[in-house]
Structure formats: C-alpha cells, structure tokens
Ligand binder design. Sequence first.
Ligand code: GLU
Length: 302
Amino acid sequence: MGYRGRFAPSPTGELHFGSLVAALAGWLRTRQSGGAWLLRVEDIDPPREVEGSAQAILAALDRLALQADAPVLYQSRRADAYASALQQLRAEGHAFACWCSRTDIEEAGTPHRDGRCISRQRDDREPAWRLRVPDGDIVFDDGLQGSQCQNVREAVGDFVLKRADGLWSYQLACVVDDAFQGITEVVRGCDLLDSTPRQILLQRLLGLPTPTYLHLPLAVDGEGRKLSKSTDAPAIDACDPQAVFARALHFLGQPVPHTPDIATLLHVAARDFDVAPLRGVSARAAFDAAELSASGCSDTSR
Ligand code: GLU
C-alpha cells in the first residue's frame, strides 16, 4: 500500500491559519509521495462543536482545491468501531471501569495510575473506561522533532478511553480511525506531540500498525499563544487562495511559486516540498496571520 495522509479537523470553529498549515503540509507531502489524502471530521464531542463548522471547514478546503481522495469520514458515525476496540482492550485486561471522581484522584495523587478504580463510592452511574497503562518508555522518532521518549504511566497515567457521559476519547478514536483509513504518515501540529506516545501505546495493545509522524511547528501569535479556534484565531479567507498559500508556504519555510494559477502553484509546491527547514522547529510566529481575516466571500462564483 502506498502513502496515505490525512487531515482530521475538529468542528469547533472555522478553518484558521494553524489548521490550514497542517492541512496544506499534509496535502503537499501526500501529493509529493503520489499517495492518497483523506479527510476525517472529528465530531466526537458535541458540547464543544460549533454548528455548521464542519461544513465551513470542508467548503474552505474545497475552495482552496485541497480535495480528498475518498469520502469524508465522520467520527460521530464510528461508535461501533470504538466500542469494539474497547471490547478488545477489556477482553485482554487492558481496560478497567472507573467511577473515580476528580476528588478521588486528587486525594490518591494525580494522575490516576493505580491500574484499577480507587473510588470509595460506586453507584448506579455509568463508569468511565480507562486504559491500564503499563510502566515503561514509549520511544519514537518524529520526522521533524527528532527522537521522543515518554513514560506514559508517569506522564499521564491511566488515561480515559470512554468518558462516563458516554463520549469517546480523542486518543482512542484517533488510533482506531488512523488504522481504519490506512494512514501511513500523520502530519499535524506540535500541540499533539505529547499525545503520540499514548496513541502508539494503544496501537500496540490493539495490534494496529504505527504510522510515521511529522509534528509541524505550532503557529503562534505575537505573544506566543497558539492560534486556535478557542483563542478566536480568524478564519482564513478561502476566497483568496493565492494569499493564503503564500503565507502558509512562507510559514512552512517553502519557496512560494510565482504563478497566478492555483493548480500549478500547488503542483510546484508539492514537487519541491522539503521538510528540512521545519526540523527542530516546535513553534513559529504566524506573522501576518491576523490579516487572514474572514472577509465573507461575497463572490461565490470564484
Ligand atoms: N482533531 C484535532 C484538531 O483539530 C487534530 C487531531 C489529529 O490530527 O490527530 O486539533
């Protein structure tokens, strides 16, 4: 099987510069490798979801000609797959039901790493399900950030797979779907670098393949804060692909091809894409990203 990349936005707001950079880098890397690029909407957290944002993100990608090679996968329709992964972990003794409150965990010493529920009080409530995290280091080589090592048990403890309110955790859903979509390389922001050891651990316990990882510099504002939907980063103006790509390529340390034609620009950018300028860079100012404000594409024919 050839290269398979993906972009996996959460529908918590419109496409902003930080996520566009991840989408573009993943798309360029995929095209350069002659592979397939897949989209996944990570809509597993309804309380955090902003109505209409999944469609807005997909429409912006479409306007920017960053098209996927398969139908979009929606995590909200994947509950059966997550349930069967949890069932497998339970059957093999890797998961346990947990009724612990935050206070129980604080009293016992955070994080939860007892390998069993320590709650003093169990009732009829649905439990959360946690992974019984084994001791030991998870080591991997990130294509940009170099050698990484984390003792997941020490760093995060017995993390949650399914919350008591029934919501699936990002870690479990991401691992199950990266495998389901046959992803061979994950390209995403450095804010997820410390989730990767948890994901590799889950892949090992579930017998799933581990893709390679490239964690891109995080786009930060003038004060060093991550650009994100939650800090009100402006949506990119997908009506002006030329300007959007010029800034994103500049951010990624790539030359900006001078051509008015977007298909040619993307073709040349993919052909020449070079990860070397990104090595070891964990954050970078998004310069004039603030100028990429939503200008409300009034001309829908463009
Ligand atoms: N859904 C996550 C986000 O929008 C990205 C997850 C991933 O790429 O693994 O930040």
